[in-house]
Design a protein around this ligand. Sequence first.
Ligand code: PMP
Length: 468
Amino acid sequence: NITESKRFSKFDSARLIDADKAHYMHGYHVFDDHREQGSLTIVDGEGAHIQDAEGQRYLDAVGGMWCTNIGLGREEMVEAIADQTRRLAYSNSFCDMANDRAIELSEKLAELAPGDLNRVFLTTGGSTAVDTAIRLVHFYQNCRGKPEKKQVITRINAYHGSTYLTMSLGGKQADRPPEFDFLSDGIHHLSCPYPYREAQGRSEAEFLEALVAEFEARIAEVGAERIGAFLAEPIMGSGGVIIPPEGYHRRMWEVCRRHDILYISDEVVTSFGRLGHFFASEDEFGVIPDIITTAKGLTSGYQPLGACIFSERLWEVIAEPGTGRCFSHGFTYSGHPVACAAALKNIEIIEREALLPRAREVGRYFEERLATLAELPIVGEVRAKCFMACVEFVADKATRELFPEELNIGEWVHLRAERRGLLVRPIVHLNVMSPAVTLTHQEVDFIVDVLRDSILETVEDLRAAGHW
Ligand code: PMP
């Protein structure tokens, strides 16, 4: 799909590899691997496809990082970004300053968000949106005279970002190496609503009851008067595409209502088409949160941007007239006009091309086709909801026993898929996928066919190496 411009020929990949090793520390930098193997350096992209510095093409089933929702290389996006840069590349959004694009985007997000979530704080990405949400909860509780009510309940396996606070809210063991420190005061982790591994023989309904009971018990233990908010991704993303039992969010939300606990839905991944809706909280899970955080698909990755969208109910408390209060929180690039212009054009494209119903339709096909992989020998479970998907590998399908972690089974399949022109994201024993939501049926077929071949080749290689 990438234009035959041979643009990649200008890249000196050997030089890039050396400079990368000499200077560039990546997110989640694995020092030994990077030193030995360097990086896959991407230089070009169009639609769901990307190309590396040596001219090799891939279908990017990772979708950048859950973010390239409308696909790469859209001329209209380039124009919108260029036009805005020419007209006004930057203007600050502090105190009484604003720019037209930030205002227009806030108005649009208020229109798209559920319920009375009409108030928008723009950030630089997902982590800063979640960080803002927690600061907002604390501000709100202080304003309403409940300074004790600030603790936050999250979940094991959750991912909410990479700032000090948001990483502490996260619950992935792999993100907690001993060299890093974490905040623990006022943060509580509930069980992961992970039917395949945690239901342990109980029916989905019984498992759900246990999860709700655990939440109630934790509230009783900590005291509702000390808990400010419950924070949850509708479907856990990097925690392994964990799709909770039917009705889970609705039940957790009802518990929150009963105990005056704010419900924060972290839709950094699940919004802007990934699950076939602008926001999944209400449309897919029947919940109207108090706060929604979003980023990624908000601009489809064309510009860094995030948002914390919250209810009139909170606004009325924090903005009470005559108090002289200031919400002393803001980033230099909050409401960045070029990022906001990209988001507005992205939303316009999603609406004009009716990408949401299309994503739901092709997403269902993706779910069905992926499900056929469940019959393969080392596949324990295939989990997919629209364009969030994951294959979980096991050494024993009956006992669900995992391969030893050092074997890095996800990486085995990933490398074999990469050689066939497909990128998936290996996370220990998982292959995670979140491709562009504009995927065609043929591209879905390509992903599933390549995965099947790569898994079967992995099985043979595991046998040959005596691992299986
Ligand atoms: N929340 C969720 C659910 C995420 O998946 C991520 C990023 N993967 C973040 C927050 C953090 O977003 P960012 O990397 O843009 O800061």
